[in-house]
Every structure is written in structure tokens, then in C-alpha cells.
Write a protein of this length. Structure first.
Length: 211
């Protein structure tokens, strides 16, 4: 387990020192998921929805490194497509499967209109989640009904549930295998901690998976 990004995070944000154990455990959970061939689902509302897209973007391509394709993959692309295959092999990067459920606009609007707005993320977990996957729930209050429903379905489906929250964790914390409960008196304060936290976790995962 690579812990240097977490150590660096706490040096920059001393208020997060009590979370060192939870952050390390979250990094281990995410690495275990990806190493076993699982994927990460993410859900949240408002600014946390944007954070879900941000996190997925850091995982789907290189974050702090370029993650070049393996030589055999580059050779296979070149053999199939010649010069274009060579270009693909040189430019593409290895990615990690991360799905930001807020990005599924057709599903979200259909569920909200036809079924129940509280179930928009639960349906995504139902359709995509399998045992061995993980769900990262972002909620600054820990009370978002659609996030809570997603966490319940994830636990039933055998996914690891990680919460990134504040406000003491709210009802989300007991639904999580691991809850990272940040300090902060307001939504903005809590979200300002969430960003460097998930950047550190993305770096831990990237270094653990790709060196």
C-alpha cells in the first residue's frame, strides 16, 4: 500500500490527521477492487455530482502519470492497423473502470420522471453493480435520499460501500463499509476537503496499479 500521497495530504491539511486510518483503508479497498477486476461506481448531488465526474476522469486516464500501454498491446494495435495502430498504441493510456452515475442523464431523467427521483442512483447500481465492485457515495450532509438508496442497494448486491461525507456522517455512515467523515461547518467547507482527499486517493490507486 502506497501511503505517501496521504501523508502529503495531511501535511497540507492538518485538520485531516484524524482521518489517516480511514484514508489508508479507503485506498486499500479501492486497490483491492481494481486488482480483482472490479469497477468503481460513484454517486452524489450538486457539487458532489461534479466531483463524481472529476474522480472518474482521473481514473479513466492518466492522473499523475501517463500510464502507457503495455508493449504487447501496442504491437497488437500496430499489427492490426498499421500506422494508425501505432498512433493509437502511443497515445492511448491504461485506464481504470470508473462510472460516474450522475453522468447517466437519460437514466436519471427517466427514473425521476417515470419512477422515483430518490431511486436514480439505486437503479444505476442495480443495473451495473456486481459483487467485487465498489460504490463511492459523496454527500456532504450524509442525508441525501438518493445516495442512501444507492448505498442500500450496493450493500445488498455485494459491493463495497465507501462514503465521503461530513456533518458527522449522518445516516450514510452506518450504511458504509468505510466512511470518511471530514470536518467543516458548511457544505462549501466540507467540499473543500473532499477534493484534495479524492485526489490523494486517485494518486494512491494510480501508483498502486501502474507504479
Amino acid at each position: 500500500m502506497i501511503t505517501e500521497p496521504i501523508t502529503r495530504l495531511i501535511t497540507r491539511y492538518p485538520a485531516l490527521a484524524p482521518l489517516e486510518g480511514a484514508l489508508t483503508a479507503a485506498g486499500e479497498r479501492l486497490l483491492a477492487c481494481f486488482r480483482a477486476g472490479g469497477k468503481l461506481l460513484l454517486c452524489g448531488n450538486g457539487g458532489s455530482a461534479a466531483d463524481c465526474l472529476h474522480i472518474a476522469g482521473e481514473l479513466l486516464k492518466g492522473f499523475t502519470s501517463t500510464r502507457p500501454l503495455a508493449e504487447e498491446d501496442r504491437a497488437a494495435l500496430a499489427a492490426l492497423y498499421g500506422d494508425e495502430g501505432t498512433r493509437l498504441g502511443r497515445r492511448l493510456q491504461r485506464g481504470l473502470p470508473a462510472v460516474a452515475l450522475p453522468g447517466a442523464l437519460a437514466l436519471t431523467t427517466a427514473m425521476a420522471n417515470d419512477v422515483d427521483a430518490d431511486l436514480v442512483y439505486a437503479q444505476g447500481v442495480m443495473a451495473l453493480g456486481v459483487p467485487g465492485d465498489a460504490l463511492l457515495c459523496l454527500s456532504t450532509s450524509g442525508t441525501a435520499k438518493n445516495v442512501l438508496a444507492a448505498a442500500r442497494v450496493a450493500r445488498w448486491r455485494g459491493l463495497a460501500v465507501i462514503g465521503l461525507t461530513g456533518n458527522g456522517g449522518g445516516p450514510l455512515a452506518p450504511l458504509c463499509d468505510l466512511a470518511i467523515i471530514t470536518p467543516g461547518a458548511t457544505t462549501a467547507d466540507i467540499q473543500e476537503y473532499h477534493l484534495p482527499i479524492y485526489h490523494a486517493l486517485c494518486e494512491v490507486v494510480e501508483r498502486g496499479m501502474f507504479g
